[in-house]
Every structure is written in structure tokens, then in C-alpha cells.
Design a binder for this molecule. Sequence first.
Ligand SMILES: [Zn+2]
Length: 467
Amino acid sequence: MRHPRPAPSPRRAARRVVGALLLVLACVPDLPAQVAAPERTPRSLVLFIADGCGPTSLTLARQASGPLALDALLVGSVATRSASSHITDSAASGTALATGVATDNKVIGLDPAGGRLVSLLEKAKAAGMRVGVVTTTSVTHATPASFTAHVPSRYDEPDIAVQQVVADVDVLLGGGARFFVPASEAEPHGRTDGRDLLAEARDAGRLVVTTAAELDALDGGDPETPVLGVFASEHLAYVLDARPAAQPSLLRLATFAVERLSAGGAPFVLVVEGGRIDHAAHDNDVAAHLAEILDFDATVSAFVDDNPDDRLVVSVSDHETGGLSLGRNRGLLGAQDWDPSVLTLQTASLEGMLERAKDGEDVAAVFLETCGLADLSDAELSAVGDAKAWVPGLRLESTEDVAKNGLSRALMAPLASRAGVAWSTWWHTAVDVPLFATGPGSARFAGHHTHPRLGRLLQEVLGLAGE
Ligand SMILES: [Zn+2]
């Protein structure tokens, strides 16, 4: 006769359960360290990209204006290096986000050997989702191009435009008209091959709009008809400058896109880029940088406040720009504070000032009218007076422009000095950037990532990794 085994003590029973669990865990490869309840798969994704917005930029915005909408969504950080450099550019990081593969600086949608990569939007489209990209830069700029084109050099924007008018993208909105129309008196920086890509897009069945009013007229239309909108010759105007009536805000672009992409309950992937955050940092223009960040955060806020429970929202930067520091040396002393209150004194961006200078106005006079500072020293006034020597060589369309950097050094230094902020470079840095997420699947974004890993994770969370 077999004796029944005595019941184990509660503590021994608990140890057995834990032991069995550990055995199971040991047999399952790659299980995350934290075992959380399984999350629902998101039906749709809105991926926000704050181009050139590093952690110090967010501290700047927070200390100047109060808590950010992004703050409640912080889940991790991202290392930004590319395959070719510790310091990435927007092409390599955009491609990593769009495809999950590391590539070299300046490369769009290709691997370092030149092989064509499949983008998140292409996979989403193949899976029956609607897809879109909206940006405050030219749509042909590196970040939006990484999701919609494949070229060896980001600077081949005319070819990027050719690819974009046939790309399977439902909504593409931003600036960059000059890359779509032939050069003319009205568009002197237009295409040199004579092609009118906007006409070609219309002939191919796309709706083409070039003003905010034309975009408004498309509200409620057939979501199956692709929309291409280019609302400026190059980039959209800075928030700090008077926005031309023809140019929609980032919030308007994003809202239009979401309403159209989600019409009828369709699943979708939308990329929303605040691209001019980066440009202001390249110019070391702290006032314009701040205004662009706050505009971006307000756009994120509008989505987060009313986020459907089947929609994942992720926000990340492609890299830091400018090496921004809050605090700097003053003579032989280090300043123990910085002063965000002076940042609202400047009423035009550096670019806005320089556009007027390019149109023939005296750059020193424009600066004195818009800088908001009445206490310039003799040395600062002398530097401002000397700045006009740079104007003839100025190329406003380029962020890599010696003349613009020379003007920035003269015109942006007085405000930075009074605010107690400093910049270390006209270009990007290798600093890690914060990562934000909310909605179904967002728990998987916790921790430290690389851009390629983040790109793969976006595909995995949407169930597109094997597509
Ligand atoms: Zn940049």
C-alpha cells in the first residue's frame, strides 16, 4: 500500500513553484528580464521624430516653459551612431528607424554596400495599412526621404522627389516644391531637367496641393486617393517667423494625415517630423530652437490627450544637434545659473533675419530691430556691423554654410551670452537621445536602444517584422 505523500509546507511549496518557474525561464531563449502581462498589438502607429532635439534641448524647453507633454511618456534612451561615424546624420539615423538596419551617413534607404532596404512604410503598405509622412522640412529632406526613397546620397533631392511621386504613400506633406517643378522665374531653384513632377503626380491619380486652403478642401475626401502636398519652395517657415498663410502648421499637417489615414477605421503608420528643431540648432539659434521644440511638443500633446486605445505613439530624435549647454563660462568664472526669460525677446529666427538681408536690407539694422536686446556692448555692435561681409556668400537653403555660420557667430552670440547658454558645434553630436512611448506595445520600448534596434522593434510591435 502506498502512503500518500505528506502535503509540503507552504514555504516549500512556494520554493517548488519558484524553482519550476526558473526552470521554464531558463529553457526559453531571449525572454525579457521583466515578465509583464502580454500587451495588445497596436493597430496603428504614429512615430514622432524631433530632428536634432537632444536631452539638453528638452531641459531648455522645460525650464523655459514648464513641463512638456513628452515628459509623461519617457521610457528610455537611444544611442545614435551610424555605421560610418560616432556622429550620425539624419539620413543614416532616419534609415535605421525606417528599416532597422545601420547604414552610412548621407545614405537613404540603402545598406552600406548599396543594397536596397525595405522600409517600415513599405512593409505596412504590403500588410494593408495606410501610410503617411508629414514634416516641416522639404519632403525630400533626409528624414522623410528615409521612409519614402532609396538613394546613395541625401543631397540628390531631385531624384528623391522622382521616387516619391511614384512611392506607395497615401499622404506626403511638407515643403520642397522646388524639387518637383522645373526652374522658372517664379522658382529659380527648380529642377534643371525640365520635369514637372507635380503634373506627373496629378496624371498618376494623386491629389496635389500647394496651399493650406487647398489642403482644407480635401478634408473628408476619399482616403484611397493619395495626397502630395508641398507648401513652400524649401522648408516651412520657422514658428518664430510670421508663417505665410499658405503654410499649414505641423499640428494641422499631422491632424489632416491622421484623419485621412484612419478614415473608415483603417490601420495606419504615420511619421510626423519636427524637422526645423535641427535647423535652428545648426544655426545655434536658441530662440528659434526653443519655439520649434514647444510647437513639436504641443503637436504630440494633441495626439496623446486623445489617443485611441489601439494606437501606439512613439517619439524619438535622430540625434542631438549643436552641443547645446545650459551654463557657460563668463570670463574666468563659470556661471552658476542660466536665464530662460531672455529667450522670448528675439522676434525673428536667424534665417528670418537673413532672408531680409538677402532681399537687400541691412543685416545689422534687421538684427537690431528683431534681437530684442537694448544693451549691446561696443564689441557686440562691432561684430554685428562686420557681419554684413558674410551676406553675399550666403546660401539660405543649406545647413552646411560657412557664411551662415559666420553670421550666426555674430548675431546669435549676444542672446546666448545673456541667457547663459552655449553651443559647441554647428553640426550634430554623439549624445544619446530620449525615447518616449505610450499606447499598446509601449512597454517594449523601455530601456536603452540603438536606432537600428528601435527600427526593428517598431516593425515587431506592429507584427511586420517577418513581412
Ligand atoms: Zn541636422
